[in-house]
Design a protein around this ligand. Structure first.
Ligand SMILES: Nc1nc2[nH]cc(C(=O)O)c2c(=O)[nH]1
Ligand code: SF4
Ligand SMILES: [Mg+2]
Length: 224
């Protein structure tokens, strides 16, 4: 584990709502612009916790919304699924959104969601589709698009015009379901430029995604 804390969700369709964050250690990618390198090797996990301990903390905070993030929260396979199951069992939990990096097969998690309709409807994927400037685009598993529902989200972190063009192609040609979100890499894509291009492309179903937590707190602050 890296962090377990409460804050407001800074991104996506639930931005602004009080949310409990569960940040799991390790990641199978190394994106050039990653803002959480402390969440994977060679950094070390901050602490260890059993699923029961994580569930107890989540209950103590009592928020209906949970963000399961990392690192890559699905990297632990069966253990990741057991954690999701345990969280979904909590009556007070209504939404568990999972920030996954597009390079983990969603098939087993999708299968669990289908097999458990009541608990499964609480679980949503936020699929982070990596674009060329991340350096990790070739690791994207295209089949994952087939496992998404309308209530899932697909996030595109856009560093430059090439990334933008690729994101538009994916939204138009490959994504079948889910809410598309466009986020700028602050250092290289001014938000005004991103909005200008979104409007020029008439992307009426794409949502601009600015990271609220980077505006509210120091962009390098942890646990917020
Ligand atoms: N407030 C807040 N919202 C977030 N949404 C996604 C986050 C992440 O690091 O995955 C994040 C985060 O670290 N903080
Ligand atoms: S997938 Fe996420 S946590 Fe992993 S390197 Fe990329 S941005 Fe960082
Ligand atoms: Mg993240």
């Amino acid at each position: 584990m890296v962090e377990l804390f409460e804050t407001v969700e800074g991104e996506g369709t639930q931005a602004g709502y009080p949310t409990t964050f569960v940040r799991v250690f390790n990641c199978n990618l190394r994106c050039t612009w990653c803002d959480t390198p402390y969440s994977y090797a060679p950094a070390k996990p901050e602490f260890f916790a059993t699923i029961a301990e994580i569930v107890a903390e989540v209950k103590r905070y009592g928020h209906p919304r949970i963000c399961l993030t990392g690192g890559e929260p699905l990297i632990h396979g069966e253990k990741s699924l057991m954690l999701i199951e345990a969280l979904a069992q909590l009556e007070e939990v209504a939404d568990i959104h999972i920030e996954t990096n597009g390079a983990i097969h969603l098939a087993p998690f999708h299968a669990w969601r289908e097999a458990n309709p009541e608990r499964g409807q609480k679980v949503r994927f936020v699929l982070d589709y990596k674009l060329p400037a991340s350096g990790e685009q070739e690791k994207m598993i295209e089949e994952n698009f087939t496992f998404l529902r309308d209530t899932d989200e697909v996030k595109f972190v856009i560093a430059d015009d090439t990334d933008f063009d690729m994101a538009v192609e994916v939204v138009r040609q490959r994504m079948k379901r889910g809410v598309p979100l466009f986020s700028p890499v602050w250092e290289s894509m001014p938000p005004a430029r991103l909005v200008e291009r979104m409007l020029a492309e008439r992307l009426t179903q794409v949502k601009l995604n600015l990271q609220l937590h980077k505006v509210i707190w120091d962009p390098n602050a942890r646990g917020v």
